[in-house]
Design a protein around this ligand. Structure first.
Ligand code: ARG
Length: 479
């Protein structure tokens, strides 16, 4: 006997053909109860649907089916009141629950696994988990959007510099900037809704891989669990983890979006920008430097993108090269999935709270928008609109910017006579046409930063929020 082996413990649920079993170390290594306990509620729900179907189809007696359901429902109560103890020896959540059921109703518990394998069982649990969490993440994304919308609505007249290459580029409304994140979140919602469709398919009844000889009714269990339909192929049903990858990918993008917002918050809060201030509740100080107030939450959420993205990469690597159908490799889908879901949901929740009380320093933003030649494009457009080819206009304004830089002036400080030395098209109206509010008001192209267009976005955003709310209500009712 090697150190890896221990004398046979006859009580393993699959131990019939075994004469030796793994030692404690190996048991710990391959047991998943440490994490798949999070699936307990889904496992019980799935088992209740399966037990009811076994009775309805006459595969087991109706009284047996009722006794199984009663036992499982009593376990649901125990679970809700924290009265279940899971054992590592029982390997995973499925075998733990069967054992707990056995303790409650005796050997009849052994009939629950008729016409079912842990392979379709775990696939079912994971589908239910992804489906429910897609819904919850959408709920959190909608709250995040609502917060951005409210802030944007309150800042429809707040000017700030817009940047490209992190250099001041053109003036924009702060509302416009915030609404850019609203639309990212809208795509995140749509991706989650799309993924929800593929998570919302029942694998139950696929058996180990090839279906079963029992006259099961897959439609019944699927309908009881609120699924839109069943997998048409039993092998695909037990080995598909695409919906997990899709969920992880959608989470990775949410995380990237939050990270980009957080980076801006960190920058804007610095003394160099001074555009916003955060509530103390979302910041922490330094143990050494008494003056410090750091945007810790924003930094941490920015960093969480690492593990959320890693979960996606990890899952893709787990799947690569797995032959059909079920492989133990699939057990590795769970820790990354749970971590990604929990991290993204917590990040959304905290960032939403932080954004809800974000203080905007309008004066600092407006002051920054006055500097850095944010009017240069408009100055070139001014000439172009008076017949000067844009390339030539660009060159002229570029020269004027250089002159201003050398003399510490802004374009609006150049006297008309000086301007006209560079082009005769300059006239008195040049000065009003490069005033900041004019510049913003003129950007009336669809999706532009003009207040009328930002208002249009706010209206569209409100419609999207209402649509999402209706979608959530509909799905909540069936799942
Ligand atoms: N704990 C396993 C998993 O997460 C459950 C399925 C086990 N199936 C099996 N044939 N070993 O994938």
């Amino acid at each position: 006997m090697t150190g890896h082996q221990a004398p046979k413990q006859p009580d393993k649920l699959w131990s019939g053909r075994f004469t030796e079993v793994a030692g404690a170390d190996l048991n710990r290594f391959w047991s998943s109860i440490g994490f798949d306990r999070k699936l307990a509620a889904f496992d019980l729900r799935g088992s209740i649907a399966h037990a009811r179907m076994l009775g309805a189809t006459g595969i087991i007696a109706l009284e047996e089916s009722c006794a199984l359901i009663e036992g499982l429902e009593s376990l649901q109560e125990d679970l809700a009141t924290g009265q279940v103890a899971f054992l590592e020896e029982d390997e995973d959540i499925h075998m733990n629950i069967e054992r707990l059921l056995q303790a409650k109703i005796g050997s009849l518990a052994g009939k629950l696994h008729t016409a079912r394998s842990r392979n379709d069982q775990v696939a079912l649990d994971t589908h239910l988990y992804v489906r429910e969490n897609s819904l919850h993440t959408i709920r959190l994304l909608a709250r995040f959007q609502q917060t951005l919308w409210t802030q944007a609505h309150g800042h429809i007249d707040t000017l700030m510099p817009g940047y490209t290459h992190m250099q001041r580029a053109q003036p924009i409304l702060f509302a416009h900037h915030l609404m850019a994140y609203f639309w990212m979140a809208q795509r995140d919602i749509e991706r989650m809704q799309d993924g929800y469709r593929r998570a919302n398919i029942s694998p139950l009844g696929a058996g180990a891989l090839a279906g079963t000889t029992f006259p099961i009714d897959r439609q019944q269990t699927s309908a009881e669990l609120g699924f839109a339909g069943v997998y048409p192929n039993s092998m695909d049903a037990v080995s598909d983890r695409d919906y997990v990858v899709e969920h992880l990918a959608a989470n990775a993008l949410i995380s990237v979006h939050l990270s980009r917002l957080c980076e801006e918050i960190v920058l804007w809060m610095s003394a160099e920008f001074g555009f916003v201030s955060l509530s103390d509740a979302f910041c922490s100080g330094s143990s050494m430097m008494p003056q410090k107030k750091n945007a810790d939450l924003a930094e941490l959420v920015r960093a969480k993108t690492g593990r959320v993205t890693a979960a996606l990469m990890g899952m893709l690597m787990v799947l690569k090269g797995t032959p059909l159908a079920y492989n133990k490799d699939f057990q590795e889908d769970k820790e990354g999935l749970f971590d990604s879901v929990e991290t993204v949901q917590a990040s959304l929740q905290h960032i939403t709270a932080m954004m809800a009380v974000l203080q905007v320093k309008k004066d600092r933003m407006a002051e920054a928008a006055q500097k850095g030649f944010l009017d240069a494009t408009d100055a070139a457009d001014y000439l172009a609109k008076r017949g000067v080819p844009f390339r030539e206009a660009h060159e002229i304004i570029g020269k004027l910017v250089r002159i201003c830089l050398e003399s510490g002036r802004a374009l609006k400080d150049l006297p008309l006579a000086e301007l006209q030395r560079y082009h005769a098209a300059f006239a008195e109206d040049f000065y009003t046409s490069i005033a900041l509010p004019t510049l913003i008001g003129l950007r009336q192209s669809e999706g532009g930063t003009a207040p009328s267009r930002v208002q249009e976005q706010l209206d569209k955003g409100r419609t999207c929020l209402a649509q999402t709310e209706a979608w959530i209500a509909e799905k909540q009712a069936v799942s």
